[in-house]
Design a protein. Structure first.
Length: 273
């Protein structure tokens, strides 16, 4: 657990970045997009926006090829933001290397329970099932979540994970969802303090409701997947990040920002990856 100091009347603001899919080589491409350059452009435009925020959440698929150099590339790009970074793994991440590299960085933290002043908590879950694209929350993760929601019922709660819960109307992508979303829902519905759920994984923007909870998915910092397509289809929308404000009254204000100063186009003829 980490406690972030916050004045009672002040909103909590943070940045979410997700799915960079970096490689050992800085020239590495995913589906025609150089992911090092696209992620670096996202970070550059976050800096130029002069947004006032307190920390960064990196919500998985940070590296595509399991390489130590890929995680070091992530560190190199995100370090200039000068903010604490908290992370969760995605299906492509290799946690032994991920943990080793991040443990050597003074600004990247493995904490999964963030207490933000006396109003909000953020709970970061590991939905990775190593070696497969779909997600599942282990019994340990479910029990831990249940325990924290019970223990801190006076805090508004934001749940963060990698995999998606709501259908994308894309058969190829929905087979890679969170397989035990019903078990997650069973725990959440026991409490009245959960206000939102935040994830990545599907490389597209979602701002919706899921069983009464505010649901947010952030586009990738690289290649984008086109929604509502049953076969693998890429999109020409640009890399993005999300800004989130947790308000003192328990509401969540959020906005997705796409890069404006560069353009990255995928190879639209790709049939998968």
């Amino acid at each position: 657990m980490v406690e972030c100091i916050n004045r009672d009347d002040e909103q909590i603001r943070f940045i979410q970045i997700t799915d960079p899919h970096l490689f050992k080589e800085k020239t590495g491409e995913l589906l025609g997009i150089n992911t090092y350059n696209s992620f670096r452009q996202v970070v550059n435009e976050i800096q130029q926006s002069e947004t006032d925020y307190q920390f960064v959440l990196a919500t998985g698929d940070l590296v595509q090829d399991s390489s130590e150099e890929g995680y070091l590339n992530f560190c190199h790009i995100i370090h200039p933001l000068g903010k604490p970074v908290y992370w969760i793994p995605g299906n492509h991440d290799f946690q032994p290397v991920m943990r080793k590299v991040f443990a050597q960085q003074s600004y990247i933290y493995a904490d999964k329970h963030l207490l933000l002043g006396d109003k909000w908590q953020v709970l970061l879950l590991d939905s990775q099932v190593y070696g497969v694209p779909h997600g599942e929350l282990s019994q340990y993760q479910l029990d831990w979540l249940d325990e924290k929601l019970q223990e801190y019922q006076e805090y508004y709660s934001l749940i963060v994970l990698h995999h998606h819960l709501l259908s994308t109307n894309s058969v190829w992508l929905d087979q890679h969802n969170l397989r035990n979303a019903h078990e997650l829902l069973h725990i959440l519905q026991k409490y009245e303090n959960v206000r939102g759920i935040l994830h990545g994984h599907i490389h597209q923007q979602v701002d919706a409701q899921w069983n009464g909870y505010q649901l947010m998915c952030t586009p990738a910092t690289g290649v984008q997947f086109k929604p509502d397509n049953n076969v693998f289809t890429l999109d020409t929308l640009q890399p993005a990040w999300r800004e989130i404000s947790l308000m003192p009254d328990g509401t969540i204000e959020t906005q997705v920002h796409r890069i404006q100063q560069a353009k990255f186009l995928p190879n639209m003829h790709e049939l998968g990856y």
